[in-house]
Design a protein around this ligand. Structure first.
Ligand SMILES: *[C@@H]1O[C@H](CO)[C@@H](O)[C@H](O)[C@H]1NC(C)=O
Ligand SMILES: *[C@@H]1O[C@H](CO)[C@@H](O)[C@H](O)[C@H]1NC(C)=O
Ligand SMILES: *[C@@H]1O[C@H](CO)[C@@H](O)[C@H](O)[C@H]1NC(C)=O
Length: 284
């Protein structure tokens, strides 16, 4: 039944029910939808490093998934709402419950986009112009520095959402001096095909059926660029979803809530596969 529901993931059919992934009968080592917090108080704390605010979500040392992930840090690259909405911190907390020490750099230096983009006076074009890679890259570099220096990290994965999805690819490439070992991007925006081509590490994507920033043609172009690039990749398309479903969904919409949970499990399984020794399907 479990294998059956996982295979349905790839068909894009509507499946309503509990998302179960990564268990393989080892109950002590399970990742399932119950570890995802959609609402509530974030549990991590914010630190300052090199003038960058960084939200840190630590795994429970007693969690059997924590020890095999020692030395790994997830650098969570957020959407434009950043630390201004609880959902990003809650997802970082959820990654910590999957055993991953997770940091979320404030990419917007205390001034993220308002949670409602229609807020009068907010100019998205101007906001994006003010947060070009030349501004964002050094902030991400600070997060890598913090992870190396303070958390003893030696291996990195980058879950990226929307705006951060592009940057998840950039840190897989020779464009930057810091490199992640594996990335996951949910509904990336502004991601250039040249950036996909420059990357050279495994990358997984979660994409939305109805995404004004990544429509069907753009998604197909991305798939072609991934296939041509030659590194391991995975592209999942979730029916009934809108842009941003990986972070924020109407919780009374079972199809989108399920998709958010599955996209989270997809990211965890992808990171496990390439970073954790002894994981089924591990690359080395
Ligand atoms: C940190 O910010 C202060 C005040 O804005 C500035 O003077 C200093 O140069 C900054 N340091 C770094 C490392 O960017
Ligand atoms: C929004 O910002 C862009 C780029 O800075 C500018 O060209 C445009 O006029 C602004 N729009 C409004 C409505 O202020
Ligand atoms: C990092 O390593 C140093 C030196 O071995 C150790 O003192 C420190 O507790 C470690 N920090 C973490 C967060 O593991």
């Amino acid at each position: 039944m479990r294998a059956f529901s996982l295979s349905l993931l790839y068909t894009g059919l509507l499946v309503v029910g509990e998302a179960v992934s990564g268990c393989h009968g080892k109950s002590s080592d399970c990742v399932d939808a119950s570890i995802i917090a959609h609402t509530g108080e974030p549990l991590g704390k914010e630190v300052q490093y090199s003038n960058v605010t960084i939200y840190v979500a630590k795994p429970d040392p007693e969690n059997p998934r924590t020890k095999p992930r020692a030395g790994i840090v997830l650098i969570y690259l957020s959407d434009i709402f950043g630390l201004g909405i609880p959902e990003n911190k809650l997802l970082a907390d959820s990654y910590a419950r999957a055993g991953y020490l997770t940091v979320v750099p404030d990419l917007f230096d205390g001034s993220p986009a308002p949670s409602d983009l229609n807020t009068p006076g907010f100019n998205l074009t101007a906001f994006l112009e003010a947060h070009e890679p030349a501004v964002i890259d050094p902030i991400i570099a600070a997060a890598f520095g913090y992870a190396r220096e303070r958390l003893n990290a030696t291996r990195f994965a980058t879950p990226g959402y929307c705006f951060g999805g592009r940057h998840a690819f950039r840190v897989l490439s020779s464009l930057l001096s810091d490199h992640a070992d594996v990335a996951f991007a949910a509904h990336p925006t502004l991601l250039g095909l040249d950036e996909v081509a420059s990357a050279d590490k495994p990358a997984a994507l979660a994409t939305a059926e109805n995404d004004e920033y990544l429509d069907g043609d753009a998604r197909l172009a991305l798939e072609k660029a991934l296939a041509a690039a030659g590194y391991p990749y995975q592209v999942n398309l979730y029916s009934g979803t809108e842009h941003a479903f990986g972070v924020r969904v109407p919780l009374d919409d079972p199809e989108q809530k399920y998709a958010k949970e599955e996209a989270f499990s997809q990211a965890v399984r992808w990171f496990d596969r390439f970073l954790v020794k002894g994981t089924e399907g591990e690359a080395e």
